[in-house]
Design a protein around this ligand. Structure first.
Ligand code: HEM
Length: 361
């Protein structure tokens, strides 16, 4: 399988070829993507030689201090890229405090990890001021996090620029809800260019991270406001879910010497202030997510919906079986595709100095 190498510059191409030697198709599609997005391999090679290395080494440190880091950043990438593209608009705070930034929209209220990006950004600003965009940092850090959790490495094009706007209103339509049925889920992903199989591969992101008990409680006590549990849960699974949240597992932060605590930039967002009990979806990036869904043990209603459509159910069966290579190969491809959605390049947008604020000229 593919492993992360220290050499992130030329290495990306070599690893890509190694990882996907089975498919020439993918490199052809990456070439096409490069042309259609104006992104480049190794965009920072001359401008900030150590950029990708700094992202990786900081991710290693942050992950060793808090193993939740990769999951938080992966979810952030999904929410950023699905709302008007991978432009780091999700990181912007509303300067007017009118509650109109993307993170203040309901689907984004439980996002965490924005302060991790601030930490990486600070290191990059020290090395090469005003050069590396928050949008590139976000996708690179998520990619490195996945690899640190045992997932596949995927080469990423760089050269994204940052948005000068936050899209509060778009968040409500663009991000699926955990109570959505399969038709809505595949509809939302289709609008972003993902097939049903690609949607299932992307949902493999739920291999790592945790789910807040409030979401589980909703499902087991008052699903869609009915005052009853979700009727797709069998009795045994209902009991297990109830007890998982009753034995509350506190997800605490990291040691006092951590990078996070040292960060002067440590953000206090609504979401990261209200850490509450949560249950793990998974620790390592492997096939357990698909195996659970196949057994009717998906944690979210939306996860379990993947078994309700013949095409998505086939993909779940395929990914859950074998040595995991089908999932890993598809995941490489969909993460690269997700990371290239609606990017700003060239003279569009800006390279923000502080990821939570637009630069004022
Ligand atoms: C139908 C689509 C999706 C729905 C409805 C959904 C919903 C959710 C929900 C409700 C949570 C728990 C949030 C919390 O406890 O506060 C969650 C967590 C997570 N999601 Fe998704 N998600 C979807 C797709 C994705 C995709 C495509 C990815 C990445 C490629 C992703 C990555 C994650 C990760 C890594 C976490 C764990 C975050 C953590 O540990 O805090 N999700 N998702």
């Amino acid at each position: 399988m593919c492993h992360l190498t220290e050499s992130f510059t030329l290495g990306v191409l070599m690893v890509a070829v190694f990882c996907v030697s089975k498919t020439m198709d993918q490199s052809v599609s990456l070439q096409k993507t490069r042309k259609s997005t104006n992104l480049q391999y190794g965009f920072y090679r001359k401008k900030c030689e150590k950029a990708e290395h700094i992202v990786l080494s900081t991710m290693r440190k942050l992950t060793s201090e808090n193993s939740e880091t990769p999951a938080l950043l992966l979810r952030l990438v999904f929410h950023d890229c699905f709302i008007r593209g991978c432009d780091a608009s999700i990181l912007l705070k509303d300067p007017t405090n009118a509650g109109q930034s993307e993170t203040e929209a309901t689907p984004n209220l439980t996002l965490k990890g924005l302060e991790m990006i601030d930490i990486i950004k600070q290191k990059l600003e020290n090395e090469c001021p005003g050069t590396v965009s928050c949008a590139d940092i976000l996708v690179l850090a998520a990619r490195d996090g996945i690899t640190l959790m045992g997932g596949p490495f995927y080469p990423l094009l760089t050269g994204r620029r940052d948005s000068t706007e936050s899209f509060y209103g778009d968040s409500f339509q663009g991000i699926p809800s955990s109570e959505d049925e399969i038709r809505n889920i595949v509809g939302i992903f289709k609008r972003k260019g993902f097939s049903k199989r690609e949607t299932v591969a992307l949902l493999g992101g739920h291999s790592i991270g945790s789910i807040n008990c409030s979401i589980i409680q909703h499902r087991v006590e008052n699903f869609r406001g009915t005052g009853k549990p979700d009727d797709t849960l069998d009795d045994d699974w209902l009991k297990q879910l109830t007890s998982k949240c009753n034995n509350k597992q506190r997800h605490s932060s990291q040691s006092s010497s951590s990078l996070l605590e040292k960060s002067k930039n440590n953000r206090k967002t609504k979401s990261n202030q209200k850490l509450s009990s949560s249950i793990p979806m998974g620790i390592m990036f492997d096939l357990h997510y698909f195996q659970d869904v196949l057994r009717g043990r998906g944690l979210l209603f939306s996860d379990q919906q993947l078994m309700k459509d013949p095409t998505t159910a086939d993909a779940v069966r395929n990914y859950a079986s074998g040595d995991g290579s089908d999932f890993r190969i598809d995941f490489i491809q969909v993460m690269a595709k997700l990371s290239n959605l609606g990017v700003l390049t060239g003279s569009q947008g800006q390279v923000r100095i502080n990821c939570s604020k637009v630069n004022r000229t």
